[in-house]
Each structure stands twice: as structure tokens, then as C-alpha cells.
Design a protein around this ligand. Structure first.
Ligand code: 0A1
Ligand code: ZN
Length: 895
């Protein structure tokens, strides 16, 4: 064995700035790689064919490398002397390299020791890679940056018994036996790609495969690879893949460019999935499903993540990012595409609206809070310490909203024209968010310069609206004013270009035809373009007083303020033709009451709910002309996290108590209707995850969750019976959730049954990791589960800190989704959080940094809690060998 070449000095974590971007000194045309797979010591031989970038004057060739051993370096056939290069912990610099370079690099990797799940790692004896964002440098020395695009040929060699399956990107061009129990497979990717899209998988896997005809008539091979024993759970992923391929052909005219497309599922994965060219690697959570183990939510998640990764093939892979500051170029656009895909698949208008409402809920709960916290950043950030910390809801979800605004402003055809021009101009290139914006503008002859501020300014804009009806002139004037709170490094914001979709509802509940003063066009919904700080819009021929329906379909990621009275909200909830605004009106009614209840709790005054609100809910609940899924959304109160966002100083226990009180009151008031809805929305027969059936189950199970709030044996037994008779995981989980999360007076009486049921559930599903994750989450989020019990659950034989899904199912679930217990007065929740971040930091910095963010909003709590949280943050900050991932999050929280 050759001795590894020693590395020298170590680097201190530094911020990287967007303004410092410079193209690379060298381009890479071709990469040839040979892997000899061994868990303890995988040998990698790489040949890089490079040429000087004529636009650059520097002569140094810079390659990145991390946690690998460098064995050998040869330049144009000659062994490199030590004086010819510099090697640091993260960088290999070849000084004064010639114009044409063939660099041969030999490295070894200890994949079995790699617990970070970035680079090459081992899971259940199989090899997987994760190279986005900067994992390729953990495999070999390389200019590992997305603007360097090269063609790859990969030779994989390994033991036949241990690694019968050998996969990499592109096409399999050769395979065979090597003697002494080993074999090989050679793969060639016909498309140039950045290194972050490289992938290999090797091990004991089986696949479901299908030949599929593209619209052009070309036939492709589709494969879903899983560990043996899971082939009964791949059909839905395969169906989702076929639907994705068809959808991209039909909606965007984009065809699969490969002859073979593979999905591989692993249970050890940091994120949801990864779009490696032709070889997508997925978290099992987004592949495996059958009715026995997966819920409707799981089915929907698989469909959208399979779609998302597939859509990246064009938005991300064919056209990629110039640098990581442009991450939202691919992520925002691809999330928009997957949202549209799911919406189109539902087929109905309300189904589409339900999907939209669900997406908006996520955005508001997670992204608005990120934008108001210490990690706030623009959709196109200006700097970062660790790029892995920037796979955020801002980049993904707000980024998708930004893309949706082009869609709203330019219309269906206009957006398509923009997309077509974008691909025409940039196929095969690494580009910027600006290139996308300019393509959208040019294709439509529009000036979208001001729109750039959506990329450069962080923070959630506020739009405050005021309306005035003038009966004598028959006009309705709407004033809109925008502002945006300051965020780190951005104290003054310039006005955004905000599309505000607007409608007017008359006293009978009808839509008022909208005609702007001086305009001839009449429409039901008008897209008002707010570009200045304040603007006024005057509508003519308005015959009677009206209620404004603002920000229809959530046309911009803003907080909209309008002084609605309760009656107006009830009117909108009953009549608005825009389902989003209809739902929103219900949420506003609910939020107002929940905030009043919290304040009553704090003051110690009696609690009550008014009839207007209860009746408004009742009307929606029993209106069978409405989609069940929509009724469920209206009946669901704003989450505890959403309520906290609305408060200056959050009070997690008060919020929990207020929400529970409201739930119990609603349950009492709607008793018979809830029972009726429960019975009317059963879905007997063969399970199907389609939107209508899933919507019925959602409504039925929402009713059940309310019903168990009665302090009555009969309803608790309803849940127990549903649990026992359930023929699918959706109903089973819902029953278990109702039993575990209810706070009725019968709680203590039934604790025994619940524990019994939990034990039975565990026994039945102990071999199914994804179901056991659910089992942990159910307990972690139960209002009765305290820190001590979570610590006990960590001792359970099924718990493992090293498996990201499992860590998330218990630790993250408790810290993020059980606020009343996590924020308990003695601060033990924060100590638990700090212990967990420190433990995870050693194993998996990316996952640790995610958990570290649970304390982002620490300044929003009462002083005494702030002191405890700060102490926990400082303890983490002082930890030895803190990864730069965690260090960045903590230092920003404490800044
Ligand atoms: N690009 C993937 C998500 C992803 C990002 C980073 C990862 O490791 C740090 C892994 C996956 C997607 O958007 O699906
Ligand atoms: Zn993505």
C-alpha cells in the first residue's frame, strides 16, 4: 500500500460572498473514474482532461478535496513533485499548470467511517453517494463547483456477492467478470454535468422495471431499485415517475433525454431525494408505499418528490446553476413545477386549490418565520459559511412563489414562452437567476427589472389595504401600501413588484365584474400590479357596497393586512369564488379568536367561543357541495406555530390551552354534524390514494379528532374501533393520533388502552422502519409527552441517532412540533436540544445544523425562557470540534 501524501495547515471557516464570483481558471472536458469498492478502503483513480480558461489570467489549477487520502498525482504522464503543488485540508493547488492538463489523481476513501451521508458512504452494507452541494470533493480532488461541467465515464469494480448491482449515471456500456469473485460495470453519461450530479450505487438491490414509450415514440427503461423485501412498495413511485415524464412532455414540451432512468431508495439520507443525472437517489420515505404502511400524505409526498427530482433533469441538470448563490434558480423553479404537477394531476379546480392552500400553509408556517428570524436571507443569498445550511424554505418555497409570480404576471402562455426561451438560450449552461428573469422578460416584451428585488431583498413584505365604496359615484377605491421589515444587513428595502389578485363580492355573495377607471376590460379577478410604495386603484360601475377579496390564490408571498369585520369574513367564507380567499377568511376568523383566548388565559378570565364563528364552521362542515378536502382545511384551526408567529411574545402553553379549548368547544357545538360527516365520508373497498378518496379520509379523520374531544366513552371507542378495523395506514394512524393527542377529560382513563395500542402497533410494524418512524413521531408530538419521556424513548432499542429519519422522527418532532412541552418552564427542553445538537454534530453536521435551527426564534419568548435558551445556545457554541454547519447557525442565532 502506498503511503498517503500528508496534508498541511487547516482552514478557518469563512464567509463566501456572491460578489466574489469568478469563473474557474481551468475547464474540465472529460473525467474518467475507476472505483475499487471496499467499505474500509475504496480506491479511486481519476483522470481529468482539463484546459485553461482563456478568460482567466491566473495560472494555478485549483482542486478541492476533503476527508480523502491522496496517494498519487501525475500531470501529463509525469509524477508530480511536492514542490509543484500545495495541499491543505480542503484544497489542492497545482502551481503554474500548463494550458492543457491530463491530471491523474489516486485517492482512497474510508466510506464505512463516513457518518455524514455526504460523499461516498455505506448504508446497510451498500454504497451510495451524495454529492450536492460539495460532496464530490470527498471522493476525489476536483474543481467541485457547479459551473465546471464535464462528461463522465465511470468504471465500478467490486465483490460480486457483496455488490451484485453496480450503478452510475447515464448508460451501462460494458459489464463483466474480473475473476476472483469480482466483477465490473462501466457507465457513460452522454451529457456534460457538474460534479454535484455525479452518483454511484453498489450493493444488494432489486428493481421493478418497465419499458416506457415517450410521446416521440422513443422507448426508455425505467427502474426503481430498493433493498430486497421492498418490491411490494415500489408501484406508486413507478406510476409517479411515468406521470412525471408525461406531464413534462405535455406541459412544457420537455422530453426525457436518456434511454434509462433510475431511482434508488436508501434508508440513510439527509434530505428527501437527489436529482443525480439518470440515477436519482431517494430517501426511502419518498419511494416506499403500500396501503398497509403508507398514509395518504406519504402517497402525495412520493408523487411530488418523484416529480420534483424528475423535473430537475431539465431545470437543474440540463440548465444548471453558475454558483451556489443561484440555488433557487433550480430549486424554486423545480418546486413550482412539482406544485403545478400535483395540482394538474388532481384535475379539479377545487382539488388544485386544496393543493395551493396546503403549499401556502407550509410557506407561511416555515418560510415566513425563517424570514423573520436570524437566518433570514434573500432568495439569492449574498453570502454563506456553509452552503448546506442554505437548502432552506426560502430558497425552495419562497423561490417557488417568486416563479409563480412570473406565472401570475405573464399568464399561462406567457410563462411558457419564457420557459421556452430560457431553454433555447441556456441549454447545457450554468446560469444565474438573472438569466431566468431576463428570459421571462424578453419572451414577453416586459420590463421586469424591479422584479429583481424579489431575489435580492430578504424579509416578508407587508401589504396593507384599505377600501372605500362611494355610493354616489358607484366606485370602489382600493389603496395598497407596501413595506418590508429590515433584515440582517438590509435596513432599507425598496418597493417590490407585487401582483395582487383582486375580486369584489356583493351582498348576495355574487362576483362583481371589475372595471378599472379608464379601462374597458371587465374581469372577475384582476391582477393589480403594486410597484410603488403606495398606489390607488379605482373600480367603476360598482352598484352596491362590496367585500374585497384580496390576494386571490395567494398571488404573492406577502402578509396582507385589511381590517375585515367578522361579518365580512363570514361572508367571504360562505361566498368567495376564490377557494384560497374563502379558506383564508375562515383562518382569519379563527386566528382572531385564538389570540383572544390566549390573552384571556393569560389574564385568568373565563373562555368562550362565539356563535358567529361556530356557525360559520358548521355551514362549511355540512355543505356537501364542497370538496371534502376543502372542508377539512377550513375545519383545521391555525397551528400552534402559526398562532405563536402572530404574537409579540409567544406563550406556548397558553397557545396550546387556547387551541385545545377551541377544539373542545367546536366538538361540542358540532356534535351531531361531526358524527354525520364521520359516517358519510367512509371509503370502503380497495384503497386508492386519489385526491377525492384522500380528501374524504382527511375530513372523516378530522371529524374523528374533534369527536374524541368529548369526554365520552362512545367517541373514544369509535377511535379504538377504527384503529382495530383499519384497512390502511391513513385510517390506522388517524385513529391512533386521535387517541394519543386528545386532551379530553377521559385522557387518564384511557392512557392504559393507549399504551397497549402503542405496544401492539410496535410489534406489528417493528420491521418496517418508516412505520416505526411514525410511531416515534406520534409519541414525540403527543401533548402528554415530556422531555423525560423523550429521553426514555431514545433508549428504545429501535432508536438510532445515526439514522437521519429516526433522529427526525423523535428529536426533531419533539423540538419542532410539541411546543408546549419543548418550551416547558424549567428549560429542560432546551438542555435536551443542546445535548442532541452536540451528539449529532459528531455524526452528521448537516442534520445537526437543521436541529440547531429549532432555537432560531429564541428572542420571541418571555425573558426567563430567553435566558435558558441563550444558555443552551452558548453551550453548543462552546462545544469542541463544532462543525461549520452548526457554528454558522448558532452564531447567527446569537448575533
Ligand atoms: N437537490 C435536492 C436536494 C438535496 C440537497 C442537498 C443534499 O445534500 C446536501 C441532498 C439533496 C433536491 O432539491 O431534491
Ligand atoms: Zn430540488
Amino acid at each position: 500500500m502506498r503511503k498517503p501524501i500528508q496534508q498541511s495547515d487547516s482552514e478557518v471557516p469563512v464567509s463566501i460572498y456572491r460578489k466574489d464570483y469568478a469563473p474557474p481558471n481551468f475547464w474540465v472536458d472529460k473525467v474518467e473514474m475507476g472505483f475499487d469498492l471496499h467499505p474500509i478502503r475504496t480506491h479511486v483513480a481519476t483522470r481529468l482532461f482539463m484546459r485553461r480558461n482563456p478568460d482567466r489570467s491566473e495560472n494555478d489549477l485549483i482542486l478541492f478535496g476533503e476527508d480523502i487520502k491522496l496517494l498519487q498525482l501525475r500531470l501529463n504522464g509525469v509524477d508530480l513533485k511536492k514542490s509543484a503543488y500545495r495541499l491543505t485540508k480542503e484544497c489542492l493547488t497545482i502551481v503554474n499548470a500548463p494550458d492543457e492538463v491530463c491530471l491523474e489523481v489516486e485517492t482512497t476513501i474510508a466510506a464505512d467511517k463516513n457518518t455524514t451521508m455526504s460523499g461516498l458512504y455505506v448504508s446497510n452494507g451498500n454504497f451510495y453517494t451524495q454529492c450536492e452541494a460539495e460532496g464530490f470533493r470527498k471522493i476525489t480532488y476536483f474543481p467541485d463547483r457547479p459551473d465546471v461541467m464535464a462528461s463522465f465515464t465511470v468504471m465500478l469494480r467490486g465483490d460480486k456477492d457483496a455488490y451484485p448491482v453496480l450503478l452510475s449515471n447515464g448508460n451501462l456500456i460494458e459489464q463483466g467478470d474480473l475473476g476472483d469473485g469480482r466483477h465490473y460495470a462501466k457507465w457513460e453519461d452522454p451529457f456534460k454535468k457538474p460534479s454535484y450530479l455525479f452518483a454511484l450505487v453498489a450493493g444488494k438491490l432489486v428493481c421493478q422495471e418497465e419499458k416506457f414509450k415517450l410521446q416521440s415514440g422513443r422507448q426508455v427503461l425505467l427502474q426503481v431499485w430498493v433493498e430486497p423485501g421492498n418490491l411490494d412498495k415500489t408501484q406508486h413511485a413507478m406510476d409517479s415517475l411515468k406521470k412525471s415524464i408525461r406531464w413534462d412532455e405535455q406541459r412544457f414540451g420537455l422530453e426525457l433525454d436518456l434511454d434509462r432512468f433510475m431511482i434508488v431508495a436508501t434508508s440513510d439520507f439527509n434530505m428527501g431525494a437527489m436529482e443525480n443525472k439518470g440515477l436519482n437517489i431517494f430517501n426511502t420515505k419518498y419511494v416506499l408505499a403500500n396501503p398497509r404502511v403508507a398514509t395518504d400524505t406519504d402517497y402525495a409526498g412520493i408523487e411530488s418528490v418523484v416529480g420534483h427530482e424528475y423535473f430537475h433533469n431539465w431545470t437543474g441538470n440540463r440548465v444548471t446553476c453558475r454558483d451556489w448563490f443561484q440555488l433557487s434558480l433550480k430549486e424554486g423553479l423545480t418546486v413550482f413545477r412539482d406544485q403545478e404537477f400535483s395540482g394538474d394531476l388532481v384535475g379539479t379546480e377545487t382539488g388544485r386549490a386544496v393543493k395551493r392552500i396546503e403549499d401556502v400553509r407550509v410557506l407561511r408556517q416555515l418560510q415566513f418565520s425563517e424570514d423573520a428570524g436570524p437566518m433570514a436571507h434573500p432568495v439569492r443569498p449574498d453570502s454563506f459559511v456553509e452552503i448546506n445550511n442554505f437548502y432552506t424554505v426560502t430558497i425552495y418555497e419562497k423561490g417557488a412563489e417568486v416563479v409563480r409570480m412570473y406565472y401570475t404576471l405573464l399568464g399561462h402562455e406567457g410563462f411558457r414562452r419564457g420557459m421556452d426561451l430560457y431553454f433555447q438560450r441556456h441549454d447545457g449552461q450554468a446560469v444565474t437567476c438573472d438569466d431566468f428573469r431576463v428570459a421571462m422578460a424578453d419572451a414577453n416584451g416586459r420590463d421586469l427589472k424591479q422584479f429583481e428585488r424579489w431575489y435580492s431583498q430578504a424579509g416578508t413584505p407587508r401589504v396593507s389595504a384599505q377600501g372605500h365604496y362611494d355610493g354616489s359615484k358607484k366606485t370602489y377605491s382600493l389603496s395598497l401600501t407596501q413595506s418590508c421589515p429590515k433584515t440582517a444587513g438590509q435596513s432599507k428595502k425598496k418597493p417590490f413588484h407585487i401582483p395582487v389578485a383582486f375580486g369584489l363580492i356583493d351582498v348576495q355573495g355574487g362576483e362583481v365584474p371589475l372595471q378599472l377607471e379608464g379601462d374597458t376590460i371587465v374581469a372577475r379577478t384582476k391582477i393589480l400590479e403594486l410597484t410603488r410604495e403606495s398606489q390607488q386603484f379605482v373600480f367603476v360601475n360598482v352598484e352596491q357596497d362590496v367585500t374585497p377579496s384580496l390576494l386571490r390564490n395567494f398571488s404573492a408571498p406577502v402578509i396582507l393586512e385589511f381590517e375585515y369585520c367578522d361579518e365580512q369574513l363570514a361572508h367571504l367564507l360562505a361566498y368567495d369564488s376564490d377557494p384560497f380567499c374563502r379558506w383564508e377568511a375562515g383562518q382569519r376568523l379563527a386566528m382572531r379568536r385564538l389570540l383572544n383566548l390566549v390573552s384571556a388565559i393569560q389574564k385568568g378570565v373565563p373562555l368562550s367561543l362565539d356563535i358567529l364563528f361556530l356557525d360559520a364552521l358548521k355551514k362549511t362542515l355540512i355543505d356537501t357541495s364542497l370538496d371534502p378536502a376543502f372542508r377539512e382545511l377550513v375545519l383545521t384551526l391555525p397551528s400552534e406555530a402559526m398562532i405563536a408567529e402572530e404574537m409579540k411574545v409567544a406563550d406556548p402553553q397558553g397557545i396550546h390551552q387556547a387551541r385545545q379549548f377551541a377544539r373542545a368547544e367546536i366538538a361540542q357545538y358540532l356534535k351531531s354534524d361531526l358524527l354525520q360527516v364521520y359516517q358519510d365520508n367512509q371509503t370502503p373497498g380497495k384503497y386508492s390514494p386519489d385526491a377525492l378518496s384522500a380528501g374524504k379520509r382527511a375530513l372523516k379523520n378530522c371529524a374523528l379528532a374533534y369527536l374524541v374531544e368529548w369526554a365520552e366513552k362512545s367517541t373514544y371507542e369509535l377511535a379504538y374501533t377504527q384503529y382495530q378495523d383499519a384497512e390502511n395506514m391513513t385510517d390506522r394512524m388517524a385513529a391512533l393520533l386521535a387517541m394519543l393527542h386528545c386532551s379530553s377529560a377521559l385522557d387518564k382513563v384511557y392512557r392504559k388502552t393507549r399504551n397497549q395500542v402503542l405496544l401492539e402497533f410496535y410489534k406489528e410494524f417493528q420491521n418496517d422502519a418508516l412505520v416505526i418512524d411514525k410511531w416515534f413521531t406520534l409519541q414525540a408530538t403527543a401533548p402528554t409527552t415530556d422531555v423525560t419521556q423523550v429521553r426514555q424513548l431514545m433508549q428504545h432499542k429501535a432508536f438510532s441517532m445515526g439514522n437521519p429519519n429516526r433522529a427526525r422522527s423523535l428529536i426533531f418532532a419533539f423540538c419542532n412540533a410539541n411546543p408546549a412541552q419543548f418550551h416547558c418552564a424549567d428549560g429542560s427542553g432546551y438542555e435536551f436540544w443542546a445535548d442532541s445538537v452536540i451528539a449529532l454534530n459528531k455524526l452528521n453536521p448537516q442534520v445537526a445544523a437543521r436541529l440547531a435551527r429549532s432555537l432560531d426564534r429564541w428572542t420571541k419568548y418571555p425573558k426567563a425562557q430567553q435566558t435558558r435558551m441563550k444558555a443552551a445556545l452558548e453551550r453548543v457554541a462552546k462545544t469542541k470540534s463544532l462543525s461549520k454547519d452548526v457554528a454558522e447557525v448558532i452564531s447567527k442565532a446569537l448575533a
